[in-house]
Design a protein around this ligand. Sequence first.
Ligand code: NAP
Ligand code: G4F
Length: 338
Amino acid sequence: MTKTALITGITGQDGGYLAELLLDKGYMVHGLQRRVSSEPSRRIAHLINHPNLKLHYGDLSDTGSLMKLFDLHLFNEVYNLAAQSHVRVSFDMPEYTAEVDGIGVLKLLECIRTLGMTEHTRFYQASTSELYGKVVETPQSETTPFYPRSPYGVAKQFGFWTVKNYRESYGIHASNGILFNHESPWRGSEFVTQKIVQGVVKIAKGEQSHIELGNLDAERDWGHAKDYVEGMYRMVQHDYGDDYVLATGELHSVRELVEACFDAVDIRLRWEGKPGPDEIGVDENGNTIVKINPDFYRPAEVDLLLGNPTKAKEVLGWKPQYTFVSMIEEMMQFALTN
Ligand code: NAP
Ligand code: G4F
């Protein structure tokens, strides 16, 4: 029997990869998209005419549009990927972020519960390593206490506990994927990996003089989105709902990322000055190609995130295929040729 899935956030990075994965497996895929004035997202442009894909206008801040969707369709699986997903922006829009990233999760689970679908609809929530924030242990696993450091992290904490509460209260097959940073050629250009990749490529092509960044010494566990949507799918197929960390277990700094990208286009980068706002990166001709702009600092920073994915490996058989190096190579190659 054909399974039917709903993906909220289908126009985002993960939504695009997950839509591809589910369509390949023969699913009927419904996607929630916001009405925007520009063209629909490039990430699903190649899927728009697929006979098993149906897009619906809606918004996580609009309960009516969600209720209508659940009333009209029987979803076997719901993947809630929609969010205001930028940590820095959440400091500028804390209330909106709480509404969408926190209350939005509750709205979807209430649709499932009030329409009597608790035994028929499985639920995946896009939780995040930002929950660990100012980390209390390293590496972070499913048992590490949370300490969110941004309105985004706080809103996602509400979503995390709501999923757990609905699982325990109503027996819904609901899972939290506590996903560490994952990137790809489809990553939004305002996240640090893509910003660096695109900036370095423009510098190499002579189209831009330098890139401006914030905290170069933040460290992250960066994986590839394609691996992570496979993990989401496996959580939903498992016999029972649960919470899982998806991570690579490898740590790199923003500084290392900058160095790796310049290296890929044969530009020799040298750092000058003390780490902080006055530090610069220069090329072999003495041109400044990296500057620090304190506008990109956050009111409260998450210095280090490193995940322990042992549970996902043992229970779900999940293992990332990409490495940090192959992920960067793919992003650089894409930026150089597109
Ligand atoms: P993304 O590229 O920013 O995509 C976010 C998606 O949510 C987009 O489709 C966006 O629509 C949609 N959206 C935003 N606000 C909405 C609203 N009010 N109503 C309905 N849809 C809305 O994010 P991503 O990297 O794919 O991440 C997917 C999910 O995983 C997010 O929940 C994110 O917080 C979480 N997460 C991401 C990472 C990561 O490293 N990528 C790690 C952990 C967790 P538009 O296209 O119209 O903007
Ligand atoms: O790429 P980022 O903006 O990702 P961040 O804040 O870690 O959040 C991403 O990963 C989370 C999972 O841990 C997701 F939940 C979330 O939705 C999002 O996908 O920044 C990474 C690091 C930060 O420490 C930031 O301060 O890079 C540092 N950074 C330094 N300069 C910068 C910049 N970040 C951005 N976006 N832009 C800069 O110029």
